[in-house]
Design a binder for this molecule. Structure first.
Ligand SMILES: Cc1ncc(COP(=O)(O)O)c(C=O)c1O
Length: 368
């Protein structure tokens, strides 16, 4: 069976293989059966192996989107007398601040440019000046703009100042290499529907086992999202506490198998080739992008909208959509941009086809 192929240029859920889509068509099964527990165990272990040694790190999974996992980590690991510093350089850093505000966690916000690298000297000064910091949270790849944050450097600071390090790598994980131990990361958030190329519906928190065990005594701030409770129940029973998205797990297993076959390094090389193709095409058309190549994720590109009275994002979106491409609006307040992501089961030839359609659109509005 072949499923109609759409080229999704939004930053996930991404274009998937037919084998991942079809992996969801399985006999009905109760998720409390051992067979399903084994499937979840396989997914958790293999996800851990992408970023760390399963003897030292473990993956806690939740039915929910990526935000659920970020919320699970932030609400579960900061003790009552804890203090968290959040680096805010885009919409997803802001979302972390929103979460800690809702949970009334003692939070210090480090504002940083949404288009330039983090000033590590200024950050260290804040870390030194703010007393009692126990945690630091940041985004790996700010999907808002395509800015790649230097988590290695921040991890080093966390290690120096004995601060537990939390990273949201939603749109970095499974493409941009991460080594949790070398980068001093205790908690890493990711989800099933971005670079891992599975279906939406499962969030993972990959945790340093020792750090996670240390959260057992923290009073639960919620029921569903508590990290330690979810971990402890799964360790004991090989089941999740609440109903998991059953079929999504079958798709995730297939997506993991395909990621291992391709390897993360080759996947990132494929994404990089698509991104390079995109930049060459944009430059040919005289279009500019927001983030400098030197600190670009190579995963999503914020393109400055053409200055033309006839330009209209919605119309451009519909023009593309009719031809099987999904493009994405911008998300940065001060800049008029639209975004093109090159993740998922697509390659540079899809980007060449996208560029052809972009040319057609720009000619239609008399911009070329
Ligand atoms: C860096 C980052 N964090 C969090 C999220 C939120 O994920 P979700 O929309 O699955 O809740 C996203 C989504 O794009 C993201 O890119």
């Amino acid at each position: 069976m072949q499923v109609k192929r759409n080229v999704l240029l939004n930053p996930g859920p991404a274009t998937t293989t037919d084998s991942v889509k079809l992996a969801q068509v399985v006999p009905d099964i109760c998720p409390r059966e051992k067979e399903f527990g084994d499937l979840m165990d396989y997914c958790a272990t293999e996800i851990t192996k992408f970023v760390g040694d399963p003897r030292e790190y473990t993956t806690v999974m939740f039915g929910g989107s990526g935000t659920a996992t970020v919320e699970a980590i932030l609400s579960s690991v900061v003790p009552e007398n804890g203090r968290i510093l959040i680096i805010d350089n885009g919409a997803y850093g802001k979302r972390m601040c929103q979460i800690t505000k809702i949970y009334k966690l003692d939070t210090v916000v480090f504002d940083s440019s949404s288009i330039e690298p983090i000033d590590l000297i200024a950050l260290e000064d804040v870390i030194k000046g703010e007393k009692g910091l126990t945690h630091l949270a940041m985004i790996h790849h700010e999907t808002t703009t395509g800015l790649l944050n230097d988590i290695s450097a921040v991890g080093k600071l966390c290690s120096t100042y004995n601060i537990s390090f939390i990273v949201d790598s939603m749109s970095g994980f499974a493409a941009i290499p991460v080594d949790m131990k070398a980068m001093h990361i205790d908690y890493l958030a990711a989800s099933s529907n971005k670079n891992i190329q599975g279906m939406a519906g499962i969030g993972f928190a990959i945790c340093n086992r020792i750090a996670l065990l240390g959260t057992e005594a923290i009073p639960m701030r919620n029921l569903y999202l508590n990290l330690f409770a979810q971990h402890a129940y799964f360790e004991k029973t090989h089941q999740t506490r609440f109903t998991p998205p059953v079929q999504t797990f079958y798709a995730l297993k297939q997506a993991i198998i395909e990621t291992k076959e391709e390897t993360i390094a080759n996947r990132y090389a494929r994404y990089t080739k698509s991104w390079e193709t995109l930049l060459v095409g944009l430059e040919e058309m005289g279009l500019e992008y927001l983030i400098d190549k030197a600190y670009h994720s190579k995963i999503i590109t914020s393109i400055i909208e053409p200055k033309n009275d006839k330009y209209n994002f919605e119309e451009m979106h519909d023009f593309f959509f009719e031809k099987g491409f999904t493009i994405y609006p911008g998300k940065v307040n001060n800049f008029d941009t639209f975004r093109i992501s090159n993740i998922g089961q697509i390659d540079y030839t899809d980007i060449q086809n996208f560029l052809q359609v972009l040319k057609e659109y720009l000619r239609k509005i008399d911009h070329l």
